[in-house]
Design a protein around this ligand. Structure first.
Ligand SMILES: CC(C)(COP(=O)(O)OP(=O)(O)OC[C@H]1O[C@@H](n2cnc3c(N)ncnc32)[C@H](O)[C@@H]1OP(=O)(O)O)[C@@H](O)C(=O)NCCC(=O)NCCS
Length: 189
């Protein structure tokens, strides 16, 4: 698989996605340990469906990126900017690292920082928001490290195995974000 270094960090880079990765994404998104954090588990995600989703995203020029390890060019997951509202310069983001061996090693934080760099400094967004389940402490910690602040919880918005959980809304402003890639390149010009 050939990936393209669109946004480059120290450990990983963001590349345009490829439909050839549909099977790998499908495997990850049917794994409950991963999907329980994303709520995609309640849908039937077949290979045909995932292929269709990726093809639509590529055709519609969606802001979705493969996350790829810099040293090995190995696919780790993906991340995206969606619900882009150009008038009010706001959007939402989502991310997953599908290879669990790569959790807790800083890849997710760096990939999301690169995604925000793209969102704030290329798409010129002002407010970027995300939703995270209250039990996902790893994700919340990662988002706080980047500079996301908690807006508040939507109470008991999720129920799994008889237990209710809050959905936490977090956001970050362009003025609170420090670029790690785009600005470095532009400062040389
Ligand atoms: C969420 C996710 C993107 C984070 O990426 P990551 O590479 O694993 O995270 P990082 O290593 O960059 O940062 C995780 C931080 O959380 C901390 N952490 C891990 N488990 C924790 C816990 N139970 N409680 C508190 N902090 C925790 C880590 O120590 C680390 O902080 P540190 O650098 O200060 O030590 C990734 O784990 C993932 O894709 N998970 C599955 C899907 C998912 O949850 N997606 C997000 C949905 S909102």
């Amino acid at each position: 698989m050939k990936y393209f270094k669109k946004m480059i960090g120290k450990k990983c880079y963001l590349s345009p996605i490829s439909v050839e990765d549909a099977e790998q994404y499908c495997e990850w998104l049917n794994d409950f340990e991963i999907a329980s954090n994303l709520l995609i588990f309640s849908q039937q995600l077949s290979l045909e469906k995932e292929l269709g989703i990726l093809q639509d995203m590529i055709k519609n020029n969606s802001q979705i990126f493969a996350i790829v390890e810099l040293e090995t060019d190995k696919l780790l997951g993906n991340c995206s900017i969606f619900r882009i509202n150009e008038r009010n310069r706001k959007a939402e983001v989502g991310i997953f690292i599908g290879d669990k061996k790569y959790w807790n090693k800083g890849y997710g934080t760096e990939a999301l920082t690169l995604l925000l760099d793209y969102g704030f400094n290329i798409l010129n967004l002002n407010n970027i928001m995300l939703e995270v389940f209250s039990f996902n402490k790893r994700a919340i910690r990662s988002y706080e490290k980047i500079g996301f602040k908690i807006i508040g919880p939507r109470r008991e918005a999720l129920q799994i195995a008889g237990k209710k959980y809050d959905e936490i809304y977090m956001d970050i402003l362009a003025s609170e974000f420090k670029s790690i890639y785009i600005k470095k390149i532009m400062d040389k010009k």
